[in-house]
Write a protein that binds this ligand. Structure first.
Ligand code: C5P
Length: 404
């Protein structure tokens, strides 16, 4: 239920605009309040009068309307909403929003808003699949815009494929999910959560390094789940291809020693989660020049131990976070090794997982974890890394609350 939430509906100029009166009706039936911005092209498909009748509000069409600016300017329009919904989000509107163009009321409002934006794309299948649109989609996603649809099916232009606007009921469900997320309890509000993620790279010489197969996905998912729980999050990330999550201070490092330094700088924290696959060893005699093949002698690699960041922070004399969580990536005897590690590292909780090649965990999207605590072991079912993150963060929030 939308409980009086205010939706600003921006209707783009596509044939799917004919479905927006139904969307307005559904939002209002669910208890939401709707204001409408209609682009010039959209008014060819759906009339302002229909929408004004359904919303009980004036429909906004022009950027430079004297009466509108006196009653409610475009900035005020976006301020007074809880959520902006763009439906149909045409290729043109997506492109404008992705590039920050502001040459009509719809695009100007999208640029001026600091509210969440949900888009329901609708366009011809080739337009949707065009690299330009896909680039714009990726840009908008990275900017924090959410999407519902498009669906696959027969299109008004006679073609078949992805590009149909999601049905009004599906758009309403996406709006409700947004609102539910916004109004969900925030058990980590006001808390600072520090998370390490990804692998480390330990240089051998200027062009070579020792690495591991960690993708950072689980750590990044934890960072996002902590943010959703209301925390301020610092993510210290080793090298990888994942984009920095929205709204999270992300510090990128290469080596274990850089990670150690960045973690120290990020203190104090209420919770510290060490999900990174830190290299246990680095090359002791890192060469300043590229090592050369010289004759038959194979160069020996002299290794030395890296700082154990988790163990150090768990025993920090002055700034130990109230909850310190370690990870144990094992390829065999997972629980046995995890319990030994739990005792050794000095952390409060330890998350164990099986990273043997057969498990598909390293680099994959799913994970099965066991949470080791002084009370015992809780084994969670196989889930996506996002679901694992949400489940773990809920438990960490509980554990922090119990510590007072
Ligand atoms: O000893 P091991 O590497 O298996 O320990 C894993 C746990 O310790 C993980 O939480 C990992 O992030 C952390 N760790 C660390 N610094 C290291 C090695 C591991 O923080 N040098």
């Amino acid at each position: 239920m939308l409980n009086g939430k205010r939706v600003l509906l921006i209707i783009g100029g596509g044939i799917a605009a004919y479905k927006t009166p139904e969307l307005v009706r559904l939002i209002r039936k669910a208890g939401g309040h709707v204001r409408v911005i209609l682009t010039k092209a959209a008014s060819e498909f759906v009339t302002p009068l229909t929408l004004a009748s359904l919303t009980g509000e004036k429909v906004h069409e022009a950027l430079f309307s004297l009466t509108d600016e006196i009653e409610m300017g475009h900035i005020e329009l976006s301020r007074s909403a809880d959520l902006l919904v763009v439906a149909p989000a045409t290729a043109d509107l997506m492109a404008k929003a992705a590039h920050g163009l502001a040459n009509d009321l719809a695009s100007t409002t999208l640029l001026a808003t600091d509210k969440p934006v949900l888009m329901a794309p609708a366009m011809n299948v080739r337009m949707w699949l065009h690299p330009a649109t896909q680039r714009n989609l990726a840009t908008l996603r990275a900017d924090g815009v959410s999407f519902v649809g498009p669906d696959e099916g027969d299109m008004a232009c006679g073609e078949y494929g992805p590009g149909r606007m999601a049905e009004p009921a599906a758009i309403l469900a996406a709006i409700e999910a947004h609102v539910a997320r916004d109004t969900a309890p925030k058990p980590l509000a006001g808390k600072h959560v520090l998370i390490t993620a990804g692998p480390t790279h330990e240089p051998i010489d200027p062009v070579r390094y020792i690495a591991n197969r960690s993708s950072g996905k689980q750590g990044y998912a934890l960072a996002e789940a902590a943010r959703e729980a209301g925390a301020r999050v610092t993510l210290v990330s080793g090298p990888g291809t994942l984009p920095a999550p929205i709204g999270i201070r992300t510090i990128r490092v290469e080596t274990a020693r850089e990670m150690d330094e960045a973690v120290e700088q990020a203190l104090p924290a209420d919770i510290a989660i060490f999900a990174a696959a830190v290299a246990d060893w680095r090359v002791a005699d890192e060469s300043k020049e590229k090592r050369k093949k010289d004759g038959n002698a194979i160069p020996p690699l002299q290794l030395t131990e890296n700082p154990d960041i988790l163990a150090r922070i768990a025993r920090h004399a002055t700034q130990r976070p109230r909850l310190v969580v370690g990870f144990a990536a094992e390829t065999e005897k997972v629980l046995e090794h995890a319990q030994a590690k739990f005792a050794r590292k000095g952390c409060d909780l330890l998350v164990a997982n099986d990273v043997s090649p057969a498990s598909g965990v390293m680099g994959g999207d799913r994970n099965r974890v066991h949470l080791v605590s002084p009370e015992g072991v809780e084994s969670l079912p196989d889930m996506t890394k996002n679901d694992v993150a949400t489940a773990l963060i809920a438990r960490f929030a509980d554990a922090l609350a119990r510590r007072g």
